[in-house]
Design a protein around this ligand. Sequence first.
Ligand SMILES: *Cc1c(COP(=O)(O)O)cnc(C)c1O
Length: 358
Amino acid sequence: MSNYEIKITRTDSPKEKPQDQSKLGFGKIFTDHMFEMDYTKGIGWHDPRVVPFHEISLSPAAMVFHYGQEMFEGMKAYKAADGRTLLFRPDKNIERANNSNRRLMIPEIPEDLFLEGLKAVVKADEDWIPTAEGTSLYIRPFVIATDPFLGVRPSDTYKFMIILSPSGAYYPEGLNPVKIWIEDTYVRAVRGGIGEAKTGGNYVASLAAQIKAHDEGYSQVLWLDGVERKYIEEVGAMNIFFKINGKVVTPMLNGSILPGVTRRTCIELCKSWGYEVEERKVSVQELEEAARTGTLEEVWGTGTAAVISPVGHLRYEDDVFQIKDGSIGQLSQKLYDTVTGIQLGKLSDTFNWTVEVK
Ligand SMILES: *Cc1c(COP(=O)(O)O)cnc(C)c1O
């Protein structure tokens, strides 16, 4: 039973659903409905509702436009072979959303209300969840500051929305290893800043380096720490893992790295398989040496969008570190198969990670 009354207004003009699931791409198509809820100081979060997907109207003075007070999340819903609609560890996204909210001075969202709203909107657009191999329904919850005011302070009013986007296979041709650019000039975040919050500001900070990497023929940027520019932090929207000499190594959460749900999942799976997992500082120099001596066995990124993204090649200044023969590693493949198998209800969910939307 729901503790909250979420009002549901269904659209009377449903859109045509995409016909060809091989051409969905990512983040371009939106479903028929969205979740919406408002915050007013003194009242709290109120009027949770599922409504037809619509444009929003805001004052040009709305604080989000000027000082960037906003939080977002990213997660997915999947259609299992038996017809169930599954979410993957939504409790972890909700917990992280509130960690981000606290850092950004946005009022926290009651966890059960967040989950109810999420389920209600996914349920309303359940028919939009694509079923072709590798596809899913991407879910984007976000909060924006809406006070029409040009002074710098936390807003007194906010809007929380959840929009849904049917998304295609991230790698239509299979898990092809990506080429990654280790950025030595720009930085994404510093300890004490907002790097561990999921917020737009971190992404605008990353654009210049992303364009620079693209111009050099690289698909993603790997960030170094903002102080010494010596230690590995993470990739644009993924955390990063290395298999060095049989051990699984990933940068420790230090305040400037985004704590990924997929990162946590990989750590837990690797430990359950008996791997030693080290969360610690990893320097570029250590990677360079491991690549040179042949102990850098696998490199992969982890994130909701691609799940596991094998890395075949890293470039740092004038050095290129080739990872083995450039094909996907065994452990990377096993992680991909296991995580997606659990997400799709094909493997037994021994960790209790999936939540059914009924
Ligand atoms: C969202 C995000 C990740 C990945 O987190 P997941 O919860 O695994 O999707 C990693 N790094 C950054 C900067 C992110 O925004």
